[in-house]
Ligand binder design. Sequence first.
Ligand code: NIG
Ligand code: FE
Length: 406
Amino acid sequence: MPVLTDISRLYTCPPEGGPEDVGAIDDAALAWRDGMVSWVGRRSDLPVSFADEPVQSASGAMVVPGLVDCHTHLAFGGDRTHEFVERLRGTSYLEIAARGGGILSTVRETRDAPEADLTQRAEKVLTRMIAQGVTTVEAKSGYGLSVADEVKQLSVYRALELSASQRIVPTLLAAHAVPPEFAENRSGYLDLICESILPRVASEGLAVFCDAFVEKGAFTPDEARRLFTVAKAHGLTPKLHADQLSDMDGGALAAEVGAASADHLEYISDSSIRAMAGAGTVAVSLPLATLVLDVEPLPVNALIEAGVPVAVATDFNPGSAPVPSLPLAMWTACVRQRMTPAQVLRGVTTHAARALALHRSVGSLEVGYAADWAVVDRASIEAWMVDFAPEAVIQTVYAGRAVYTS
Ligand code: NIG
Ligand code: FE
């Protein structure tokens, strides 16, 4: 049972507790066994029974639970650098999408890409994420939009999960856009998802969640309701891209269908906030997408005051959030959303785990939880957020094993 000591401050991030409750322990120690935390507390309280156990030193750095990036579009083909430049020149995301760019251009390139290429590329992104302390990554499909291509994207995630350097949580997002071959037959595409894609994905155990993009130009709330009824019958839990570009009552819809989270929420209404608070739905803030699309952030204080747990994630994707850096998303949540570093830390640990229904086993450093953590060369979460510094992470540990050391 190895012991980590010399931790100047450790944050347990308990699953219950207030929005700023990060469970800081100064001069801490942490022991683990079989990939799980077996003891945590002040070093001076370490039981004598640990005296003969192998000791590792955190060299006086701080320790946080392994970060959870609970919203990414991890694997895709092609490149949209030209769109980035066009948007800088003033063309909007929706204008680019309306002429067949945006999501649909990535769909074309993802369909054309061999599965091995998608895997290799996603692996490189994951390597960058691990070096920034991220041990759990949710990963969505949604650039295939056919039975074979959605299965291909989700198979990439299965292969990456087996490489076992971090936890991958797969989400089916077949309702990301209506593919061109169904442009004149939306209900035909809904039929395909409900009658072919969902049953196949469920029978092969390729996804845990079923997400939908509810927005003008994407899917209507009623289409999403139909989809989620089928998804739930197949054992998949709903998630929602909600109220990103306009108020669609998406937060309320997420609450109504029992979604684990509603994500984006830049245009969420007060009534949706109340509905989410009542249902315990996690709000996932995606500050990098907000920044790139240059829109006002979600009303984070209203959500927190209403009692909604707010998670923070990257939304990594080739269009609206091309930067796979959770620490940058954390820093942006501080400076643009006025979240405190403590709120943000809960947002990328226990609240993010809750958005993946994993908050009883992941995202906190308590006994029985996954032995996933990041060693950060800073004195406190506040000190880390001041200068953002992705290189501040000096070690990442997943299931008790160092998967990155600087
Ligand atoms: O979360 N909102 C829809 N989907 C993505 C964007 C995907 C893309 O631009 O390729 C998002 O922002
Ligand atoms: Fe997204």
